[in-house]
Design a binder for this molecule. Structure first.
Ligand code: CS2
Length: 485
């Protein structure tokens, strides 16, 4: 295969954006948009990025530094077509994980008047908000740390509050905070986390943040699996030896609420959709794409299906996803301008079928406690209120409960990667002898399930029935029955 290549060849760019969460997604999504932007401006627009990891993976920071902050993104349309893009938009990388110079360097950078936007991809749990209620978890040890030692924070909300406090003291205008995580109203949620935390510290600071800081929302979309050895080998075959490279799909979408009082890059020229209201885009993406992802991830992982492409190549799983999107997700959505939900659903299935991406079901299955509310539960509530069907969602919830046991339906063990993993293990121990008690205990987790849903027999009964079917008869037979309904 001979790739199309896009080298990076503009000069140095000044830093105008700080990013928290230097993961694969950031490198393959936001940084690529900025790369195109900087290339158009010959690097002189002032919107270079400083990217930081605040809790883990210092190694990546070292690797990027060692290779002059340049890396490659391999964008696969299918197994025949790949574009290899060199990215140099990240001008600086920082590691602020432990007490030490990295944290101060990051806070210094965030306090620099030239920095006018701070973006985040810290995953749902990185906001320390209760998944069901969206309020700051003030009893979490990391948040307690940031309340007690505000000058040396260890969480993303803590970094934002401390940097904003320093700017406020120094009379420097606030930066705009742009969340790029998969949460509904991610701007409002980030604002809530930051203001709740600032209130613990200084009411005047909280007041200033409430009036002076903009928190636009955004919808981000690109499938960027975690890198595997196999991916690095594939890249080596294309002549790329790059420890910080990322593999992703060719598709990319970014919809951003246009609220940047301190200015922003002219992103619309690089395909970013700048809109007044992101909510319909966000709900569509979360319930259709991410909702389907979670559904195939839990059912697939329980049945030893390794990747997303393997899952959708199975007739029974593909049929379930179609039914879920058509009957349970689409009817709950307001149509975003210029989008047709039927076409959107078809394109999603085609994207999932891209077998150049080894997107592991277990990767998507992690952090279910943080993902379920926005992917499934909000839609299920509105579907029930309209007297609609939620059978696929109930099956998904049952599969998730079974998944959290840490053993698939063929007896193979897997890790349960979730901030609530200990609670799950305890529930499985306590209720090992009763499916009914186990399902009731899970649905009673108030951090995850809204009370109204947990008390609604139209939801709880199908979850229990699906749980019993899955454990007694397995995924294939359960989906077979589903086909007959
Ligand atoms: C996935 C997402 O891991 C997951 O939970 O559903 O990372 C998904 O690939 C992206 O949101 C696609 O934009």
């Amino acid at each position: 295969m001979s790739p199309d290549t896009v080298p990076s060849n503009y000069g140095q760019a000044d830093i105008g954006i700080v990013h928290l969460g230097l993961g694969a997604f950031h490198r393959a999504h936001q940084a690529v948009y900025l790369e195109q932007h900087l290339a158009r401006h010959g690097g002189s627009s002032g919107w270079g990025i400083s990217s930081a990891n605040i809790r883990s993976n210092w190694r990546l920071v070292e690797q990027l530094r060692a290779q002059g902050q340049r890396y490659h993104v391999a964008e696969y349309t299918d197994s025949e077509h790949v574009t290899l893009r060199e990215v140099a938009a990240i001008r600086e990388t920082l590691y602020a994980g432990e007490d030490g110079p990295g944290r101060e360097a990051l806070l210094d950078r965030m306090s620099d008047p030239k920095v006018r936007i701070v973006t985040l991809t810290v995953t749902e749990k990185g906001y320390y908000l209760s998944p069901a209620e969206g309020t700051l978890m003030v009893n979490d040890p990391a948040i307690i740390h940031d309340i007690e030692k505000p000058e040396s924070p260890c969480t993303a909300p803590g970094m934002l509050v401390e940097a904003l406090a320093r700017r406020h003291r120094a009379g420097i205008p606030a930066f705009t905070v742009l969340s790029c995580d998969n949460m509904p109203d991610n701007g409002k949620r980030t604002r809530q986390a930051v203001i709740d935390l600032a209130c613990q510290r200084d009411a005047a600071l909280a007041e200033w943040i409430a009036t002076d800081v903009a928190f636009p929302s955004s919808m981000v979309d690109r499938i960027v699996p975690a890198m595997t050895e196999q991916d690095f080998t594939r890249l080596a075959d294309l002549g790329i030896d790059d420890a910080a490279a990322v593999v992703c799909e060719a598709f990319s979408q970014w919809v951003v609420e246009d609220d940047f009082p301190q200015g922003r890059p002219d992103w619309e020229r690089d395909g970013v959709e700048m809109v007044n209201d992101v909510a319909p885009f966000e709900a569509m993406k979360l319930r259709m794409l991410n909702g389907s992802h979670s559904l195939l991830a839990y059912l697939g992982a329980l049945d030893d299906v390794e990747t997303v492409a393997d899952a959708v190549s199975r007739h029974d799983i593909a049929a379930l996803l179609k039914r879920y999107m058509q009957d349970e997700a689409a009817p709950t959505l307001a149509m975003p301008p210029g989008t047709d939900l039927e076409t959107y659903a078809e394109r999603l299935l085609a994207r999932f079928a891209n077998d150049s991406l080894r997107h592991r079901t277990h990767q998507i299955a992690m952090d279910g406690s943080q993902k379920l509310p926005q992917r499934w539960l909000a839609g299920a509530q509105s579907r029930l209120a309209a007297g609609g069907d939620i059978a696929c969602t109930a099956l998904g919830v049952a599969a998730w409960i079974r998944y959290t046991q840490g053993r698939d339906l063929h007896g193979q063990l897997h890790a349960v990667d979730d901030p609530m993993a200990e609670t799950f293990a305890e529930l499985h121990r306590r209720h090992a002898n009763s499916d009914e008690a186990l399902v009731a205990a899970f649905l009673g987790l108030e951090a995850v399930f809204p009370k109204a849903l947990a008390l609604d027999g139209r939801f709880t009964q199908p979850v229990l029935a699906a749980y019993r079917s899955l454990t007694a008869r397995g995924v294939v037979a359960t989906l077979d029955d589903f086909d007959q309904l």
